[in-house]
Write a protein that binds this ligand. Structure first.
Ligand code: FAD
Length: 440
């Protein structure tokens, strides 16, 4: 296949979704990845499963456990309304590789040691000694992606550490639970075959942890002190106990796209694991990436627009999750003086996570949008809650109709729309706080 060669570093959900999107656009793609070095379980929502399907990650999707109830003990109250789907990550990652194979993507199983980039292309040095050359680079190595390339600055949340204990227990029903603690929170899950997971998330600055060798025993003591843990896992012996420590600080890359490279998934923005939205956000940035890359490669005159599109979307998504997370932390009020809760209930800022509808605050602006596989520019309607703007709603372009409403009688504007689009437009107007007669 001729044409530009795209290299993707990392075969997590972000790298895989980007690779498959690029294949659909006809690009030659090589994914270079090693396997993750530890076996974790993660919980995702129904909408992540829909996102996986949309991205063509069907083998990965098949690895999700059946829905299970998530118990939540937060601010001394217990609830169990949430349904969660558990992903056994080693199995899920194998499913992703299978999806890559089926899509005809070349996979190189190796560790990336160094990346050298110039405006003409990229040279990748691998642990096996091989060197690969490519025209365009997709950085999808997750949290391991170095931030020291061009535009390597980042915005970081409070430094956070997660300690994952994993052991073999007795078989039983699939389940998960989360509980708040004076110095952090814990998430726990068990799979049908008896594999058990308990993840303690703490503040780096204020936690006083023992040395590495003592950590498994420390975590065991913490588990023994929790009534929920004892109830959840029972009294069976913890066989083959292993512990893995990793950073879970929220990180936003302030340079997520250049003229011949892009960062997707956790490499672009890694969210606090409390949100349970990491896989969702990694798919979100990866699903838009193929059109951004297509634009950078085929329509370089639009490079600035394409870069702006990606960066703004990544930043908005990050801030939205960060603010929702902040509100959830603020709901926990048993230990407001504790450093863990103090720092997280005030970060990233005080801006409300959802702003109330205000019709008078709507404006029409030109902004980057996705059209026919490319980033293009169009008029969008910007609202306080949707700062990136809305272009289309169920096929109806909003800006021209809002403009007409601002200068023509409402009845005349509505009469000019076909019935189905009129219904869509009226529904949207009401959701924006519009009251009949408020237009022109
Ligand atoms: P990753 O999935 O991390 O994939 C990166 C890939 O790159 C891996 O295959 C890795 O092996 C490879 N790689 C890395 N370095 C190299 C190298 N040098 N050479 C070659 N290959 C390399 N999300 C949820 O949705 N639900 C949860 O419950 C959840 N819990 C979490 C708990 C914790 C403690 C943390 C830190 C995160 C959690 N997440 C959760 C987030 C989720 O794991 C990530 O958001 C998601 O996996 C990001 O996908 P990605 O494709 O960007 O990166």
């Amino acid at each position: 296949m001729s044409g530009p060669q795209v290299l993707i570093l990392g075969a997590g959900p972000a790298g895989t979704a980007t690779a498959i999107g690029l294949r659909r656009l006809g690009y030659a793609v090589t994914v270079i990845s090693e396997w993750r070095r530890f076996a974790a379980v993660e919980g995702v929502s129904q909408r992540v499963l829909e996102g996986l399907q949309h991205a063509g990650l069907n083998h990965a999707l098949d690895c999700a456990a059946p829905p299970s109830q998530r118990r939540v003990r937060w601010n001394s109250q217990e609830s169990a309304q949430n349904v969660e789907f558990l992903l056994d990550r080693p199995l899920f990652d194998q499913g992703l590789r299978e999806d890559l194979r089926v899509a005809g993507v070349e996979i190189v199983e190796d560790r990336v040691l160094a990346v050298e980039s110039s405006p003409d292309g990229h040279s990748i040095r691998l642990e096996s000694g091989t060197e690969l050359q490519g025209d365009f680079l997709v950085e999808a190595r997750g949290r391991q992606a170095p931030l020291n390339q061009k535009g390597g600055k980042a915005r970081r949340g409070p430094e956070t550490l997660s300690l994952l204990s994993r052991w073999q227990g007795e078989p039983g029903p699939v389940a998960s639970a989360v509980e708040s603690l004076p110095d952090g929170w814990a998430w726990m899950a068990r799979l049908a075959d008896g594999r058990c997971y308990w993840q303690l998330t703490l503040d780096v600055a204020s936690s006083e942890l023992p040395g590495k060798d003592q950590l498994p025993a420390y975590c065991r003591e913490r588990r023994a002190a929790s009534a929920l843990v004892c109830e959840f896992f029972g009294t069976a012996e913890e066989r083959d106990l292993e512990l893995h420590a990793r950073s879970s600080t929220a990180i936003l890359s302030l340079g997520a796209c250049g003229d011949n490279w892009i960062r997707v998934g956790d490499a672009a923005m890694a969210v606090d694991p409390l949100s349970g939205n990491g896989v969702f956000q990694s798919l979100s940035s990866a699903l838009q990436a193929p059109a951004v890359i297509n634009t950078l490669l085929q329509k370089p005159e639009r490079a600035e627009l394409a870069r702006r599109f990606h960066q703004r979307r990544v930043e908005q998504l990050f801030l939205r999750f960060a603010r929702v997370g902040r509100d959830f932390y603020a709901d926990e009020q048993q230990w407001p003086e504790q450093p863990f809760w103090q720092a997280r209930s005030a970060w990233p800022d005080r801006v409300a996570s959802h702003l109330p509808a205000d019709f008078s605050a709507l404006s029409i602006e030109r902004a980057p949008v996705l059209r026919d596989g490319f980033v293009d520019e169009a008029e969008v309607v910007v609202s306080p809650d949707q700062p990136l703007g809305i272009w289309h709603l169920q096929g109806l372009e909003l800006a021209p109709w809002l403009r007409r409403l601002q200068s023509e009688p409402e009845a005349q504007v509505l009469a000019a729309l076909p019935p189905e689009q009129r219904r869509v437009f009226q529904g949207w107007l009401l959701s924006q706080g519009y009251r009949p007669g408020q237009g022109s």
